[in-house]
Write a new protein. Structure first.
Length: 296
């Protein structure tokens, strides 16, 4: 079997987008699960910026039982923002990952110039209403630079459930106190996503890794529409931080990107060409994400 295809067997992708969604998606939850199963994946975790994916994940796993399909929740305006009630419900449904705000965060607007969507390549069907556009941007910090009190409640829930706290699209200035609060709550499963999309430099990534976060490098950062980093720099950064603190995910599902399994395959092949061993790739794409998504 080809090396790139062999490496997919046992993979765990904790960042996959699917239909139905308010954004156009290339596959629905069933198609995503079926293609991941066909490629030999062990598990995937579905993500929507707007609604919990736990129900879709449960339905997909029931129909495609040979692969584990997990759901998540993103703390954007559609679920009440940083809302402990929404987090509690998602966790009771079995969510394995809670994301801090993404497209509704103040930092997202800084990154892409839009709030509530991404701009070219990923716009809400029919556009956003003026009401939605005028909603306040979500920051985790209050006027005194302290974390909002709801964060402590949510961190307690995440700790008790033993699930992943994903930092979403928040700024590095918000990440620093969130790391401290997560440590106070003894949360061990911490992830910072697509650092090049989020404009985190290598020193910031290194700092987060040294504080116990897993840095999740995604195929989406290498693909044309949202290209953020060359494969050479991508590979060099992985070597600098080290595979022990790294994850590999697709962040695929958009129409301008390949389906999830192909996005992961392409990234695997590029890393093989950059000289990474099977052991290193499997550490980042099999072992580390499995340690996070499964109960420990």
């Amino acid at each position: 079997m080809r090396k790139d295809l062999e490496l997919l067997h046992g993979a765990v992708d904790i960042h996959v987008h699917n239909a139905p969604d308010i954004y156009p998606r290339i596959q629905d939850h069933m198609e995503t699960a079926e293609s991941a199963r066909a490629a030999g994946f062990r598990a995937i975790c579905l993500k929507s910026h707007n609604f919990p994916t736990v129900q879709l994940a449960a339905a997909a796993h029931q129909e495609v039982p040979e692969i584990d399909v997990f759901g998540s929740l993103v703390c954007n305006h559609h679920v009440g923002g940083v809302n402990p009630v929404a987090v509690e419900a998602a966790l009771k449904y079995g969510a394995r990952q809670i994301f801090m705000p993404t497209v509704d965060s103040a930092n997202h607007e800084h990154l892409v110039g839009f709030v509530g969507q991404h701009g070219k390549g990923l716009m809400v069907k029919g556009g956003l209403s003026k009401y939605s556009q005028d909603m306040p941007r979500i920051s985790l910090l209050d006027g005194d630079g302290k974390l909002a009190p709801e964060i402590d409640i949510i961190l307690d829930m995440i700790h008790d459930a033993g699930v992943i706290l994903n930092f979403g699209h928040i700024s590095f200035d918000e990440m620093v106190p969130l790391v401290a609060a997560a440590k106070k709550h003894k949360i061990k499963k911490l992830v910072v996503d697509h650092p090049y999309f989020s404009k985190l430099d290598i020193q910031q990534q290194q700092t987060l890794a040294e504080h116990g976060l897993f840095v999740n490098y995604t195929a989406g950062e290498l693909l044309p529409r949202w290209w953020r980093v060359s494969i050479t720099d991508f590979a060099d950064a992985i070597r600098q931080i080290g595979p022990k603190r790294m994850l590999l995910s697709s962040d695929c599902g958009q129409l301008h990107n390949p389906p999830e399994t192909e996005g992961i395959r392409m990234m695997c092949q590029l890393l093989v060409e950059e000289g990474f061993s099977d052991e290193d790739i499997k550490r980042m794409m099999h072992q580390n994400p499995a340690d996070l998504i499964y109960d420990s």
